[in-house]
Design a protein around this ligand. Structure first.
Ligand SMILES: *Cc1c(COP(=O)(O)O)cnc(C)c1O
Length: 434
């Protein structure tokens, strides 16, 4: 929220740094992250769940420096692809605390997961069989046997639970593509017993993202513990119970009132978890996978106004579009905005803020009350830290923006702005076209 940031002489400040200085130095569009906010969120999460493993969901923001912060805070990571696994390892995240998730993993990805010694969450029985085959092959080539380790696996269960969020980010619905239905999950674990070198150690679920009403987590925890009980009966010893991520953050004033926090989540699920464990006489570790909650409100996107046009509506055309921040176009998400160089300006006009992309849907914000906007002004878009840069693209031949990290009075570039060679660098012209 904008309350995270200060105002000095009418301009927006991140940490102790004037955003206008950042724009002068690094250009626009520019992602600016306040490290202190991330550290505070991590702290709060750790305090609410002192005995759990916190696996940061890399896909929310996998800039290497952000992952490095997570590594230094001793967090693990939920990764969803070979690229995210590569980045998490590069950042120095403890491999013991990396879980390779995903509903459609390739043999190569599974092989990479085993060789790096991370845990794997399987999403189907087919994936279990692919894993078994990959392990057999890797043994033949001597690759895996050197590590002489077994594969530790989870299954992702689809608990069939609906949450009050955007349908595109509800992942625990009965009709969702993720996970194995509750009535088939025990059978999936039984299949692992055929393989000596595949050891089921955990159960995983993730019911959705941007969850503001956290009550469905209660039911999810109940179902998880119910399944853990059934698994113990067939001799599967569960060491990890992973309830996933999804804790929402407020994107507007309305949501601010009902926004959940880690403490509330803890008081909702911990009693069920602990009672369940006591009843079964087991001591598994709880795992949580927050993404958005840790990074979402730490980051502002700064974008420059190229034109103001009085047409059907008053349009403000800026230099960032859905190529830079896709959430408004993809989910109809609301992102609070301000004019970074007119923070004390009186709001008196209603504007629709649009990007430079050749699509009518390239709208960042509709009917926003702002001070009078002029060409050259800098618009600040708040809460851009999660699923912002990480979902960006080069559509329309646009170079991706730079990212900077602020900590108090320190400013560091954590990603260079792309150049033309980043756009064409992977392309090849066949000789017959030369
Ligand atoms: C995306 C994802 C998360 C993180 O979700 P947030 O809403 O960002 O907290 C956690 N676990 C899994 C498996 C995911 O796919």
């Amino acid at each position: 929220m904008r309350e995270n940031f200060k105002i000095k002489s009418g301009s927006l400040v991140v940490g102790d740094i004037d955003t206008l200085d950042l724009v002068d130095r690094f250009g626009t569009p520019l992602y600016v992250t306040d490290e202190r906010i991330i550290r505070e969120k991590i702290d709060r999460f750790k305090k609410a769940f002192p005995f759990a493993d916190i696996l940061y969901a890399a896909k929310a923001n996998w800039n290497l420096s952000i992952l490095r912060i997570m590594a230094r805070e001793n967090l693990g990571s939920d990764v969803f692809s070979d690229g995210e696994l590569y980045m998490a390892l590069l950042a120095g995240i403890n491999r013991e605390k990396i879980l390779f998730n995903g509903n459609s993993k390739t043999s190569e990805e599974l092989s990479m997961a085993i060789k790096s010694g991370v845990k794997i969450s399987l999403d189907s029985e087919d994936e279990l069989f692919t894993l078994a085959k990959v392990m057999e092959e890797d043994k033949d080539t001597g690759g895996f046997s050197k590590g002489a380790k077994k594969a530790e696996v989870f299954f992702r269960v689809n608990p069939g639970i609906s949450v009050d969020t955007h349908p595109k980010i509800a992942t625990g619905l009965i009709k969702s593509k993720f996970g194995i239905p509750t009535d088939k999950i025990v059978d999936a674990y039984k299949k692992t017993l055929e393989f000596d070198d595949i050891v089921p150690v955990g159960i995983h679920s993730h019911i959705g993202s941007q969850i503001l009403d956290i009550s469905p987590y209660k039911e999810t925890m109940e179902r998880l513990m119910d399944i853990v009980g059934k698994l113990e009966e067939i001799g599967v010893d569960i060491k990890y119970v992973d309830i996933g991520g999804g804790l929402g953050i407020p994107y507007n004033a309305e949501e601010e009132k009902k926004a959940p926090n880690p403490e509330k989540l803890a008081s909702l699920i911990m009693p069920i978890f602990e009672d369940g464990c006591n009843e079964l006489g087991i001591r598994p570790r709880l795992i949580l996978e927050p993404g958005r909650y840790l990074v979402g409100d730490s980051t502002i996107l700064l974008t420059r106004v190229n034109a103001v046009k009085d047409a059907y509506k008053k349009f403000v055309a800026v230099d960032a579009g859905f190529n830079v921040l896709i959430r408004p176009a993809m989910y109809g998400s609301y992102h609070e905005m301000a004019v970074a160089n007119k923070m004390n300006g009186v709001t008196k006009e209603t504007y629709t803020i649009v990007g430079p992309i050749c699509e009518s849907g390239d709208i960042l914000g509709e009917d926003r009350l702002l001070p009078v906007v002029e060409k050259g002004d800098i618009i600040a878009i708040f809460n851009a830290g999660a699923y912002g840069f990480s979902m960006s693209s080069q559509y329309n031949g646009r170079k991706r923006p730079a990212e900077v990290l602020v900590n108090g009075d320190k400013v560091d570039l954590i990603r260079d702005r792309e150049t033309y060679s980043d756009i064409y660098g992977n392309m090849v012209i066949p000789p017959r076209l030369l």
